[in-house]
Write a protein of this length. Structure first.
Length: 495
């Protein structure tokens, strides 16, 4: 018998990727295709849904080619996707009625102001675990209904369908109109406690229920991909938003288990078990996954500028030639020379939620060098993540023993060690760094019996490297105090 594999589709913000995994959770083939970013106005971001689909399909075929396997060797496939981005399409033709409105897009900020002015923030937080912000799908959908003539009446007649990117891909692959609770929980329309679309919110936001996908478990058969796409009727058997998929891929199965993704921004998620923990410290409450036996929940916090501060040093400031150079420069000095950089370039995310904060550097002296500056930039990624973890521990009411790390900037050993030092917690890198795709693969493979149990999945998990905290407590406290003052300075600046 030929060996069989699981295919993961990782539909990201800038590229569509596909990765094949074997039973040990090891990558055996992959492909990645970038697609167009559409910026119609400042602050607006769109994608072409047909291009999302065509690049994703081509990436899946490419991954199978790179692994040199036949279609019947793919046991199942799972999807991890950019979250919150919306697609609305015509039910009869399957054609999108508008470009996808991307999670980054701020076009619905006036709508959010109106909803907040109506005093809806507490109700929304209570039901959805989210804050009223253009980031989430709901107000993007409201915007679309306001702007596209006739769309609302067509929606009321059931002629158009709405979905996040997972729904769109599942629809294209299988013809079914479905989503999972991790994606539904990012829409601002889903009651995460009851596990259903919230009638009261739909009424308030004037969104017809007929356009919404049915919500089914993250691990389970969504449908069969039509044979014409990949050469066989492969079951689509797993689906989760990318950050939740990464939490799953890290095998963070127990309450208190947490991961931090060090990409453009930083995303920290912590498993809180079967209870949705309401945040009193500026975090979000979200569904981590549904394996068909009730939801597992997570607390989530994000930092807007993480690895992107290193990109900025490279592209805007010309201080480094490539990202990896930042490590050697940071190590060339003993410390940041009391320089602190707060990269609040687009305001600050959790736990501050301060849209008016701006990038700030404090502590510069005549002796400050480029190395100090670059080191301060790397350290800022760790300090911001520390602020998230502090908020999480307060909300959760218990210590987080360690964090598992992934994402482009987790390749920086200086950053990982400094993170362990300021957190005073272990930071662990897994052997398989493709945790997002791996999580989607696990969800699909568990649903179809490719993997038997969570224990088997956990048994696959291998540590690549661990960073242990080693900073003296007095020094750690001093640095964190100075960081807090620098954040105050960044927030004091008024445009
Ligand atoms: P995303 O998925 O958000 O696009 P990635 O996980 O690919 O991001 O990570 C890319 C980010 O990581 C970039 O912002 C880049 O500056 C940063 N990065 C990559 N390598 C390093 C490194 N060695 N040191 C610090 N930052 C890095």
């Amino acid at each position: 018998m030929k060996e069989r594999y699981i295919l993961a589709l990782d539909q990201g913000t800038t590229s569509s990727r596909a990765i094949l995994f074997n039973k040990s959770g090891v990558v055996i083939g992959q492909n990645q295709i970038a697609f167009s970013q559409i910026f119609p106005k400042p602050g607006w971001v769109e994608h072409d849904p047909e291009e999302i689909w065509s690049t994703q399909l081509a990436a899946a075929r490419g991954a199978m080619e790179s692994a040199q396997i036949e279609s019947d060797q793919v046991a199942a496939m799972g999807i991890a996707n950019q979250r919150e981005t919306i697609v609305v399409w015509d039910k009869a033709t399957g054609r999108p009625v508008y470009n996808a409105i991307v999670w980054q897009c701020r076009r619905s900020s006036d709508i959010c102001d109106e909803l907040r002015a109506l005093g809806l923030a507490d109700l929304v937080r209570e039901k959805t675990g989210l804050v009223i912000d253009p980031y989430f799908s709901g107000t993007k959908l409201m915007w679309l209904f306001d702007q596209v003539p006739g769309l609302r009446s067509r929606a009321e007649k059931g002629e158009v369908l709405f979905g996040t990117v997972d729904s769109w891909l599942i629809y294209k692959l299988t013809g079914a109109h479905l989503t999972d609770p991790t994606n539904a929980s990012r829409t601002l329309l889903f009651n995460i406690k009851k596990g259903e679309w919230d009638e009261e919110l739909l009424k308030l936001f004037k969104i017809p229920a007929a356009i919404l996908p049915r919500v089914v478990p993250s691990s389970g058969v969504f449908g069969l991909a039509r044979k014409e796409f990949l050469g066989a009727e492969i079951p689509v058997a797993g689906c989760a938003g990318d950050q939740q998929a990464a939490l799953f891929g890290h095998a963070c199965f127990e309450p208190g288990a947490a991961k931090n993704t060090y990409g453009t921004g930083c995303f920290t998620l912590m498993n809180t078990g079967k209870t949705p923990v309401a945040s009193r410290h500026g975090l979000l409450t979200t569904v981590a996954w549904d394996l068909g036996k009730g939801y597992t929940y997570a607390l989530e916090g994000s930092v807007f500028i993480g690895g992107a501060v290193i990109q900025w040093l490279r592209d805007q400031m010309g201080m480094i030639g490539d990202s990896a150079e930042s490590e050697a420069l940071a190590r060339s000095v003993d410390d940041s020379g009391e320089v602190f950089l707060v990269p609040a370039f687009v305001g600050m995310g959790a736990p501050y939620w301060d849209a008016d904060a701006r990038g700030t550097v404090v502590g510069i002296t005549r002796g400050t060098t480029k190395a100090h500056f670059v080191r301060a930039a790397l350290e800022s990624i760790a300090y911001q993540s520390k602020d998230l973890l502090d908020a999480m521990e307060k909300d959760f009411g218990a210590d987080i023993p360690c964090i598992k790390a992934d994402g482009g900037a987790s390749a920086n050993n200086f950053l990982m060690q400094f993170q362990a030092d300021v957190l005073n917690r272990r930071v662990i890198l897994p052997e398989v760094s493709e945790t997002t795709a791996l999580g989607a693969a696990y969800l699909a493979g568990l649903a179809t019996g490719y993997w038997e149990s969570l224990a088997e999945v956990e048994g696959n998990w291998r540590k690549k490297r661990e960073f242990s905290p080693g900073m003296a407590e007095g020094k750690r406290r001093r640095l964190l105090d100075s960081w807090a003052k620098a954040v105050t300075a960044a927030r004091a600046y008024i445009k």
